[in-house]
Structure formats: C-alpha cells, structure tokens
Design a protein around this ligand. Structure first.
Ligand code: DGL
Length: 285
C-alpha cells in the first residue's frame, strides 16, 4: 500500500525585506532584475560608495566590509541577503553564510554555470576587478563543472571608476574596454563572463568590442531567479498580490546616488538615506 502523502508545509507570509549590497551602483543591475522578477517583495539596497572601489583592496579588507554591511542589514531584519558584488562574493560568501542566520546568496556561481553551458570551444574569458581575479573563485568553479574548460582572466582596474564617473559611456570607457578585451580575443574565447556587477551597465560597449560571435554572461537574471527560488523553498515569500517597496542607503552622497542610480536602475528612486561608516562598524563589533 502506498504511504499517505505528507501534508503540504504551512506557507506563511513573510513581510521582511530582502537586503542587497554592493560597493556602489553595480548591484543595481541585480536589484533591477529582482524588482521585476519579484514585484511583490520589499528590498533594501546599500551602496558602500564611500569605500568604492573594492576591487583594488586586499581580500581580507573586502571581507571585513562585507561582514559589516551584512550584519548591519541583518540587524535591519532582512530575511535574505544578496551580495550583489563579485568582489565581496569572492572575498566573503562562505564566511557570511557561516556567520549569519538568514540565507546569503552571491553572484559568482550562477555565472560560472552559465558560462560553462554557453561555451562551444571551452575557452572562457573573465573580466573582473583585481580582487575577483586574485581570489580565483571562477577558475575553481569552472574546473569543477568542466575540468577540460580553460578560463582566461583579465583584471580591469579602470572600469569601475569610469562607470561611476559623470561620463560612463564616454570614449575613455570604450578605449579601456578594447584594451582589456584584447588578450581574451587573442586567446580565442567564445564566451566572456562580465564578472563585476558594474559591467552590465556598459554592456553595449562590450558587445560591440567583442562582436556577435562572443556570448556575454552576467548573472543578474540567474541571481534574481536564485533569490526567488530560495524564498519559495524556505516558505518566506511575501504576499503575491501586493506591490513591494524598495529603499536605498549609501555611505556616500545621497543626491549623487539618487541621480546616477535612477539612470542605471531604470526605475524611480525617491529617497536615499546616508549611513555613516561608524554605524556599519558598530554592527560588526
Ligand atoms: N561591483 C563590484 C563587483 O561586482 C565591485 C566593484 C568595485 O568596487 O571595485 O565586483
């Protein structure tokens, strides 16, 4: 005789927001996807503009920043933390997952997976910050998924400051992209991971430089899907019928964040609140 089916688990409504952070505007590419994938959820986004860029910093320092922000968000009663920054994911994801009670989702695994799926010649390029390249997390993940695939990584220190500047789409950015793309084109890669959440903001420049034969991979959509799946699996989703709210915090200049942020988020940004670094440090103390 067949065993009776177990009753479906009780599914409550969890009204807590999802916490998202990055060093600056880059995480807005991921937040954008989250807002359209989960319009019924609330989000709180923190951009650590006062300490941007993270990329040139040593991994232990980025880990310390990530711990401060994640603990600050946890104290704000978020139900999940999304590390919308490849450098912070590289430096801190396992530590955050160990230390925090709420689920923590990062941005690197979905991209490594998508790149291995997309490549036909098994030559994958990676463009990222120095910290992400130095951490070697992409290499390890790609090798785990396909030991025969080759990853060629190039650190791009000029891109994040250019993307956060007053002229992100200018000639200087195009020149830098051409320079960073050259070794990957020479290596004959057919797939390139944009391994920094800032880079999709200038995606058209990348696509023109690499041409149509190269697949660009970035994680915003996959990551948003992973957040949605995690909320669903754990039974901590908000009510489907509502329209969620989202709010912004920055350690930098709120007005600058509001103006630039709306351009990148492609959704209105009403108000941005400033958070002092000292408050973040206190949260981790
Ligand atoms: N957007 C971040 C990343 O994905 C960090 C960029 C930076 O601050 O250098 O790596």
């Amino acid at each position: 005789m067949q065993a009776p089916a177990l009753p479906a688990p009780e599914r409550g409504i969890d009204q807590r927001p999802v916490g998202v952070f990055d060093s600056g505007m880059g995480g807005l590419t991921v937040l954008h996807e989250c807002l359209v994938t989960m319009p019924h959820e609330d989000f709180v986004y923190l951009g650590d503009a006062a300490r941007l860029p993270y990329g040139p910093r040593p991994l232990p320092e980025i880990r310390r920043f990530a711990r401060e922000i994640a603990r600050f968000l946890a104290a704000e009663e978020v139900k999940l933390i999304l590390v919308a920054c490849n450098a912070a994911t590289s430096a801190a994801l396992p530590d955050l997952q160990e230390e925090l009670a709420v689920p923590v989702v990062g941005v690197i695994t979905p991209e490594a997976h998508a790149a291995v799926q997309a490549t036909r010649n098994r030559r994958i390029g990676l463009l990222a910050t120095q910290a992400t390249v130095a951490a070697g997390r992409y290499e390890r993940l790609v090798r785990t998924l396909d030991a025969g695939a080759r990853l060629v990584a190039v650190a791009c220190p000029r891109l994040v400051p250019l993307i956060e500047s007053a002229d992100p789409f200018g000639e200087e950015t195009a020149v830098a992209v051409r320079e960073y793309a050259a070794p990957l084109m020479e290596a004959g890669v057919d797939t390139v991971v944009l391994g920094c959440t800032h880079y999709p903001l200038i995606r058209p420049i990348f696509q023109r430089v690499f041409g149509r034969g190269v697949t660009l991979v970035f994680s915003a959509e996959e990551t948003a899907r992973e957040v949605a799946a995690t909320l669903s699996r754990k039974g901590i989703e908000n009510a489907e019928a509502r329209e969620g709210r989202y709010r912004f915090l920055t350690t930098g200049d709120p007005e600058q964040f509001r103006v630039m942020g709306a351009r990148f988020l492609q959704l209105p940004i009403a108000e941005v609140e400033r958070v002092a670094i000292a408050r973040l440090e206190e949260a981790a103390a």
